[in-house]
Ligand binder design. Structure first.
Ligand code: ADP
Ligand code: MG
Length: 245
C-alpha cells in the first residue's frame, strides 16, 4: 500500500536505566491510517505512544511528524501536543472545571481562540460524542464512559493531525466500553489518523488498517488485522493471542 506518511519512527531506542524499553523501533503511520498496538504488559506500548508526542524523550533515532522532526524542549511542545492529541486510560480531565471548560481550555490557551468561539466548537464536539446535554456538569458527575468521551472531544477540539489512545477503555466498566469504541470507530471512518493501544480485539479487527504486536521493547509483527489474527507468525504473538482470545 502506498502510504502518505504522517508519523515516522526510525531506529528509535530508549532505556530506563538498564531496561532497553524501545529497541530499534521502525514504524510508519500513514495519513488516515488506524494502527492498533497490542502486546503483553510491560512490552513498551505506552512508552512508544508517549514518545510520539514527546511525553518521553528518546536516546537515538528519529521521529518525524508530517516530515518534520519533533520539536525539542520549549513552547513548541504545546503545539506538538495539540497536533498529536492523546487520550489516556485515566481520562485526565480537570476535576474543578465543567465539561465545557475542559474542552475549551486548550483551545483558548494554545490555539488562541476567543472564549465564545472555543465554547461554540466545544458544544459541537460534545454533540458529536453524544454529550450535548452534559456541558455544564463536572467530570465527577459523569460516568467513566462519558468522561472518556469528553477527553476525546477535548483532543479533537485542537484539530489534531493524529490522535494517540493508550488503553482508552481499560478503566471502564464493561457496559461503557462500547460507547467509547463507537466514537473511536466513527473517527476512524472519518479518516482520523490514529494510534491505538488496546486489548479490544473486536475494535482492532473492524477499525485497524494494521496491527503492530510488541514484545520486550520490539515490534515483532506489523500486519493487517486479518493476517495477524488468522495466522500470527511469531511464537510470542501466538502465545499472547491464545491467552486473550
Ligand atoms: P506497556 O504499556 O506495554 O505495558 P510500558 O511502556 O508502560 O509498557 O513499560 C515498559 C517497561 O518500562 C516496563 O517494564 C515498565 O516497568 C518500564 N517503565 C515504564 N515507565 C518507566 C519509568 N518512567 N521509569 C522506569 N521504568 C519504566
Ligand atoms: Mg501501557
Amino acid at each position: 500500500m502506498a502510504v502518505d506518511p504522517l508519523i515516522e519512527l526510525r531506529d528509535v531506542n530508549k532505556h530506563y536505566g538498564t531496561l532497553h524499553v524501545l529497541q530499534d523501533i521502525n514504524l510508519t503511520v500513514g495519513r488516515g491510517e488506524v494502527v492498533v498496538i497490542i502486546g503483553p504488559s510491560g512490552s513498551g506500548k505506552s512508552t512508544l505512544c508517549r514518545t510520539i508526542n514527546r511525553l518521553e524523550t528518546v536516546e537515538s533515532g528519529t521521529i518525524l511528524l508530517d516530515g518534520k522532526p519533533l520539536p525539542d524542549e520549549g513552547k513548541d511542545l504545546a503545539g506538538l501536543r495539540a497536533e498529536v492529541g492523546m487520550v489516556f486510560q485515566s481520562f485526565n480531565l480537570f476535576a474543578h472545571k465543567t465539561v465545557l471548560a475542559n474542552v475549551s481550555l486548550a483551545q483558548i490557551k494554545v490555539r488562541k481562540r476567543k472564549k465564545e468561539e472555543a465554547d461554540k466548537r466545544s458544544r459541537q464536539l460534545l454533540e458529536r460524542v453524544g454529550l450535548a446535554d452534559q456541558a455544564d456538569k463536572y467530570p465527577a458527575q459523569l460516568s467513566g464512559g462519558q468522561q472518556q468521551r469528553v477527553a476525546i472531544a477535548r483532543a479533537l477540539a485542537m484539530s489534531p493531525k493524529a490522535l494517540l489512545f493508550d488503553e482508552p477503555t481499560s478503566a471502564l466498566d464493561p457496559e461503557m466500553i462500547n460507547e467509547v469504541l463507537e466514537v473511536m470507530q466513527q473517527l476512524a471512518q472519518e479518516g482520523m489518523t490514529m494510534v491505538v493501544v488496546t486489548h479490544e480485539m473486536g475494535f482492532a479487527r473492524s477499525a485497524a488498517n494494521r496491527v503492530v504486536f510488541m514484545a520486550d521493547g520490539k515490534i515483532v509483527e506489523d500486519r493487517t488485522p486479518e493476517a495477524f489474527f488468522t495466522a500470527p507468525e511469531s511464537e510470542r504473538a501466538k502465545d499472547f493471542l491464545s491467552k486473550i482470545l
